[in-house]
Design a protein around this ligand. Structure first.
Ligand code: SF4
Length: 703
């Protein structure tokens, strides 16, 4: 008998609600947008709409496999526990690691971090969210004292100026873009500015496109801060009462005259003037930023250069205004809330604070908690390559495709003593290197929560029984924990137990007396199983003051810093680390397509999604095509000093001369030389440790 189940889309950070009409016997589902979900009010994009085509058992990993042979769960878990225990006993806890994913549910993330940090005693657990959002995490923490997004999606409909910075939202956050497009139709005063080296589909609704030179964003926003000051468009009262550090930030921004910014960003001064004057004259401004800002060796500074302009004008925490990070993955935010990154602890605590470490240890009853940050993503695979990490468990991600310098990642895993991979897909570039494969439940089988870009926690609910012997990720973690001797601390019967504990930890000593006033889910600390099952989508904080959640933070001008004031960050613009040179004269940019998700393990199952862009391609400006002898639709080889790939040549003037763009999706499984990760430089931001995936020097030749 078909039934309707409300759940959440597993792709991007918009976090759309889905109404799924499920036939459990036929294992089919008809997908439509949940008209009641505040993220999308019934809208879906092409990927979300096609989810019904991806629940097939085709390609699924249905049984544990050890050294290529099917085996029982008992045998598989014993092998995992033995590998971890033996490695720890011989080389210490920092010789093991977990690499997770923004696809994991919050409950999965929570137990994995509790096991590694609290009980194994190593913080060597990082996630592919490091490649996606960590610069925003660091920028928020510096400015607000906590990793948090101040506003909400409803602000898109209340703004009079929306700035999309390093974001092709039309393809990467399509439902948010649909909301902006609809808002623009309804409000003729609403202007949209797109700041992106490429002319993307998001420019279709732009009143102004600023195709700035790759990597020059900090110049642009330092210039804006300088301009706002010059034009007396800053809010002096707000700056004095609610912020610190303005003078230092303004001093560094003082070099960013309009002429200098125009030169550094390679933009017409007149267009800059137009943008700056719109920002100065418009009260309700939203600045939406994404991977074009984050994936940079100075991504954290870029985030802060944007936030600085909102602080200078007091445009934060009020309806229709504020900086807003568009999260890449469906649960990058939820993962951060439970300490998903190697420098974090659960509930927005971290290793930089000894009191946080002790607090988490007391709450968990842990006598062996890690006391310092572990390896971030690039460091982790380097450590595996160097033989420092000897046993690794990769959960729900495909780093042999998605990491920068991915050939080195493949090499590292190839020589690692023990590689376990839990995934719902059997054959990926990463599972090919695993000694142990663990079948994980996929979307439509898993049960738990995710948090979207606007801090909204939503339930992902199971639509079907698990395929084959697939298990929830949290269950696999707890079985490992039990075998390592930590059964008492991991006695969970279901996702609800874990969520309750997560909420209780968020409330533990979370008050002014203990210097914590940050992430708080205390309203959920003792919810029943039934309440968890029915949990409506709500924005945290969820506590006594805000039992229904809170749309906007900082309306009361109370920030999470020690002083309670927001912090300006003085930003000195820097160039991308690796500049083009005679051997590698072009700049490679990478990104998502409209109809594919990450390494295509699920979206490629939907034939209609494959029709949009059927193969790996490279966008080349006509002048470069002529210069390098590239014909339209021919094959080209792209090389960097890290690797190479083949791609079909698309000649387009939507890209600037001297730049190339390749999509991130194709893997060795679909095109043996279409994998882009091998090309990308592994340079990282020194603060956020996020790789500079938008700027790699390359050359291109006809193949
Ligand atoms: Fe899913 Fe994102 Fe599309 Fe919404 S916009 S349906 S969350 S992929």
């Amino acid at each position: 008998m078909p039934k309707t189940i409300k759940t959440t889309c597993p792709y991007c950070g918009v976090g759309c609600g889905i109404s799924a009409e499920v036939d459990p016997l036929a294992r089919t589902v008809v997908i439509s947008g949940d008209v009641d979900h505040p993220a999308n009010f019934g809208r879906l994009c092409s990927k979300g709409s096609a989810l019904g085509d991806t629940v097939t058992l085709q390609g699924r990993l249905l049984q544990p496999r050890l050294h290529g042979q099917d085996c029982s769960w008992e045998l598989a878990l014993d092998a995992l526990a033995t590998a971890f225990a033996d490695t720890i006993s011989t080389y210490g806890p920092n010789a093991v690691a977990i690499y997770g994913s923004g696809q994991l549910l919050t409950e999965d993330y929570y137990v994995a971090n509790k096991l590694m940090k609290g009980f194994i005693g190593s913080a060597n657990i990082d996630t592919n969210s490091r490649l996606c959002m960590s610069s925003s995490v660091a920028g928020h923490k510096r400015a607000f004292g906590a990793d948090t997004v101040p506003g909400c999606y409803a602000d898109f409909e209340l703004a009079d100026l929306i700035i999309l910075i390093g974001s092709n939202a039309a393809w990467c956050h399509p439902v948010s873009f649909q909301r902006i497009r609809a808002a623009k139709s309804a409000n003729p005063l609403l202007k949209v500015v797109v700041i992106d080296p490429r002319q993307t589909s998001s420019c279709d609704i732009a009143d102004l496109h600023l195709p700035l030179a790759s990597g020059s964003d900090s110049w642009l926003f330092n210039g804006l801060l300088h301009y706002l000051h010059q034009q007396q468009a800053i809010d002096r009262d707000y700056i004095t009462q609610h912020t610190q550090g303005f003078s230092a930030a303004l001093t560094l921004a003082g070099t960013a005259s309009l002429e200098r910014v125009a030169q550094q960003c390679a933009l017409p001064a007149q267009d800059l003037q137009t943008f700056y004057s719109w920002f100065a004259a418009t009260e309700k401004v939203m600045s939406l930023y994404s991977q074009g800002i984050n994936q940079s060796a100075s991504g954290t500074d870029k985030v802060n250069s944007i936030i600085n302009c909102h602080l200078a004008t007091g445009r934060i925490g009020q309806a229709g205004m504020g900086p807003f990070s568009l999260t890449g993955q469906p649960n990058a935010m939820g993962g951060r809330e439970v300490g998903g990154l190697a420098h974090q602890l659960a509930a927005h605590m971290d290793f930089s604070n000894a009191e946080d470490i002790d607090r988490v240890a007391r709450f968990w009853g842990s006598r062996n908690i890690a006391r310092q940050a572990g390896y971030s993503a690039v460091e982790l695979f380097d450590a595996i390559d160097a033989g420092k990490v000897k046993a690794v468990w990769i959960m729900g991600t495909n780093p042999v495709v998605s990491m920068p310098n991915a050939d080195k990642v493949r090499q590292a895993l190839g020589k690692c003593d023990f590689v376990a991979v839990s995934d719902c897909i059997a054959a990926t570039d990463t599972t090919a290197l695993a000694h142990l494969l663990l079948p994980a439940q996929g979307w439509s089988e898993k049960d738990g929560t995710v948090t979207n870009s606007e801090r909204r926690i939503s339930r992902q609910r199971a639509l079907f029984a698990a395929a084959g012997q697939a298990k929830p990720d949290w269950w696999i973690v707890t079985e490992l924990a039990k075998r390592l001797g930590f059964a008492q601390a991991f006695a969970y019967q279901g996702a609800a137990d874990i969520f309750r504990e997560h909420a209780a930890l968020s409330a533990f000593e979370n008050d002014a007396e203990h210097g914590r006033r940050d992430f708080d889910l205390s309203a959920y600390a003792d919810i029943s199983h039934q309440q968890y099952a029915e949990l409506p989508p709500r924005q945290w904080p969820l506590n006594q003051d805000y039992p229904q959640g809170r749309a906007r933070l900082f309306a009361d001008q109370q920030f999470f810093t020690a002083s309670g004031k927001a912090q300006f960050i003085a930003v000195s613009p820097t160039k991308p680390v690796n500049a083009p040179n005679a051997a590698y004269p072009l700049i490679l940019n990478t990104g998502r397509l409209r109809d594919q998700w990450h390494t295509m393990t699920r979206t490629a199952l939907a034939s209609k999604l494959n029709q949009h862009k059927p193969e790996a391609f490279v966008e080349v400006h006509p002048a470069d095509a002529e210069r390098y002898g590239l014909a339209a639709d021919s094959l080209a080889e792209i090389n960097s000093i890290w690797g190479s790939m083949l791609a079909r040549v698309h000649i387009t003037d939507s890209i600037q001369p001297g730049n190339l763009f390749v999509p991130m999706h194709w893997t060795g499984q679909y095109a043996s030389r279409g994998r882009m990760g091998g090309l990308v430089n592994p340079v990282v931001d020194p603060i956020s440790k996020q790789p500079e995936s938008k700027h790699t020097p390359v050359r291109i030749n006809a193949f």
